[in-house]
Design a protein around this ligand. Structure first.
Ligand SMILES: NC(=O)c1ccc[n+]([C@@H]2O[C@H](COP(=O)([O-])OP(=O)(O)OC[C@H]3O[C@@H](n4cnc5c(N)ncnc54)[C@H](O)[C@@H]3O)[C@@H](O)[C@H]2O)c1
Length: 368
């Protein structure tokens, strides 16, 4: 299987994303071509990564001084306290700007490690090896770093682009199916907002992708999805306008997650899947999207058994809470609720604001 590689060009940095099978075995080669004069490496690893993968990386990096930290990830440890420990440790070991942090984990670990790299001596080198499908197609691209605060998710952070991203498909083999579906939700989102051809391709291949059945198809899906996100962040690195379209389905999704006191009852991927269906149905009800396009997406959900029914998790009495959380979304500038809505599959969505009453009627209708 061929390795695919493309460059992300931002104002601050140009860096490669390399996608392939078993590529972590040769991490030394990729690292030395991107980062010169690196001597020390801090390898920060998610506790659930199989020993075999860690051994391969260590073996390939044997010429460097390596310091390993394991983290048992969850949203609670995604905190400034964890970052402080990492920063203290690396300052104590006298890491220089040419030395490097390598993250081996999903989005939580990647966000913590990238944030730490961005603030040590105003920025040391950073390599991301995303190990979840969501991290490979979404969080490892774009340079958003950060941790949670007691006031909310991802409220402390920086924009800091990595020096290299290595997405190895073989690492996904140990990933639970629920987590694969989280990543698939983002691939599907990317296709819906900017690439109809990819959406049509997913209609035929989605099933094999969520069951990790075919490495070539996996690589193609990851590559296509990364390219869509790359296109958006290249045009809007610091989240000023265009990047908002990546929030398609997420205004509903964040409200669902918060209302259900995530992550126990509902995970992020399920919330995004239900959020996208709500956004599509709402667009159809408001005469923005054609019925036939809504049906195409719904059929795909049915065939892949993807979560679409909010009644499985919520009762009618939860609607006020859902609306309250939708109102606190950072896209809102007045009393209305701003939604990213699709007029046509694969065409850039539009941001439109609606009154909370209109949204309430829509949600109540779902329970009748
Ligand atoms: N920076 C961004 O642009 C961005 C974008 C989207 C999401 N995020 C953040 O990403 C986080 C979610 O990321 P995620 O979905 O990757 O979740 P995660 O990092 O929590 O990983 C999910 C689970 O999979 C396990 N895991 C990871 N890799 C594995 C592997 N190869 N084999 C077996 N188990 C493995 C982890 O231990 C964890 O239990 C959230 O905190 C979110 O805020 C950031």
């Amino acid at each position: 299987m061929k390795i695919t590689k493309f460059k992300i060009v931002t104002k601050n940095k140009t860096y490669p994303i390399i996608i392939g099978n078993n590529i972590i075995k040769r991490i030394d080669k990729y690292l030395s071509s991107e980062i010169k004069n690196c001597k020390k490496i801090s390898l920060i690893i998610d506790n659930n990564i199989p020993k075999k993968n860690i051994y391969e990386i260590q073996k390939s990096l044997r010429k460097y001084s390596i310091f390993i930290t394991y983290i048992k990830t969850n949203e609670k440890i995604k905190s400034i306290l964890t970052v402080e420990k990492i920063v203290d440790n690396l300052l104590n070991k006298n890491f220089h700007r040419n030395d490097c942090i390598i993250a081996l984990g999903g989005g939580i670990l990647g966000d913590i490690a990238a944030f730490s790299a961005s603030i040590i001596k105003r920025g040391i080198k950073f390599v991301n090896i995303p190990t979840t499908l969501l991290a490979q197609v979404d969080s490892s691209i774009g340079g958003k770093t950060g941790v949670n605060s007691k006031y909310g998710k991802n409220l402390i952070g920086t924009f800091y682009q990595p020096d290299l991203v290595l997405s190895d498909i073989s690492i996904l083999r140990s990933l639970p199916k629920k987590e694969v579906i989280c990543g698939y939700a983002e691939i599907l989102k990317h296709s819906l907002i900017l690439n109809k051809k990819l959406f049509m391709w997913l209609l035929n291949n989605g099933n094999k992708i969520i069951n990790l059945k075919n490495d070539t198809l996996m690589q193609k899906a990851i590559h296509a999805s990364c390219k869509i996100k790359a296109k958006i962040i290249t045009k809007d690195e610091n989240e000023n306008n265009l990047r908002a379209i990546l929030n398609f389905g997420h205004t509903f999704a964040h409200a669902f997650e918060t209302t259900s006191k995530f992550p126990k009852i509902i995970n992020h991927g399920e919330a995004v899947l239900m959020g996208m269906i709500c956004a599509l149905e709402f667009a159809y009800q408001n005469k923005l999207l054609k019925h036939q396009e809504l049906m195409m997406v719904k059929k795909h959900y049915r065939e892949l058994n993807l979560q679409s029914d909010i009644k499985k998790y919520f009762k009618k009495k939860d609607i006020n809470k859902i609306i309250k959380y939708m109102k606190s979304d950072k896209k809102n500038f007045n009393e209305n609720i701003n939604l990213v809505l699709l007029k046509k599959i694969g065409n850039k969505p539009t941001l439109i604001d609606f009154s909370k009453n209109k949204l309430k009627v829509f949600l109540v209708d779902k329970f009748s």
